[in-house]
Design a protein around this ligand. Structure first.
Ligand SMILES: [Fe+2]
Ligand SMILES: [Fe+2]
Length: 172
């Protein structure tokens, strides 16, 4: 069992992960509408990852004998000014999620809930990677600026990304 407080936080995280998937799908749609299919592919893979993150929390709450409660998922922003705005927003969003994960760690440690603490450590590492990738993408994009050839080069590169489900995630 986990405490009511921990359960509430885990349920809120399920919602945040699904919202992340929703936000990245919105970015995919915007990029696809601009014929940037490689960039769109990158965010499709991001969205798949986020959905799996949500399911990992979902499965964990069930596994520890808790009760999953699904909250409302807000509509994400649908239109963007530029590619740079998309990447800046993706980075800011990951930073927000990192804070949220850290707050679960803090609560688990406060309550000496070592099980939840151990579970959520995977996400601590995952967030470090997510922020690194988001920063890398933003810096590369800022490097090419509005140069069409540079953008198409990045588009080709991002088209290569393939989804690999995280180890241990139960596919749905
Ligand atoms: Fe996530
Ligand atoms: Fe993420």
């Amino acid at each position: 069992m986990v405490s009511e407080k921990v359960q509430k936080k885990l349920n809120e995280q399920i919602q945040k992960e699904f919202y992340s998937a929703y936000l990245y799908l919105s970015m995919e749609a915007y990029l696809a509408s601009r014929n940037l299919n490689g960039f769109a592919n990158f965010f499709r893979v991001q969205a798949q990852e986020e959905r799996d993150h949500a399911m990992m929390f979902f499965n964990y709450v069930n596994k520890v004998g808790g009760k999953v409660e699904l909250g409302q998922i807000d509509a994400p922003k649908g239109d963007f000014e530029s590619l740079e705005e998309v990447f800046k927003m993706a980075l800011e969003h990951e930073q927000f999620v990192t804070k949220s994960i850290y707050s679960i760690v803090d609560l688990a440690q406060e309550e000496k809930d070592h099980k939840t603490n151990a579970f959520v450590q995977w996400f601590v590492n995952e967030q470090a990677e997510e922020e690194e990738t988001a920063e890398y993408n933003l810096r590369r994009l800022q490097l090419v600026g509005t140069d069409g050839r540079g953008i198409l080069m990045l588009d080709t590169e991002l088209a290569q990304r393939v989804y690999t489900p995280p180890a241990g995630v139960q596919q749905v």
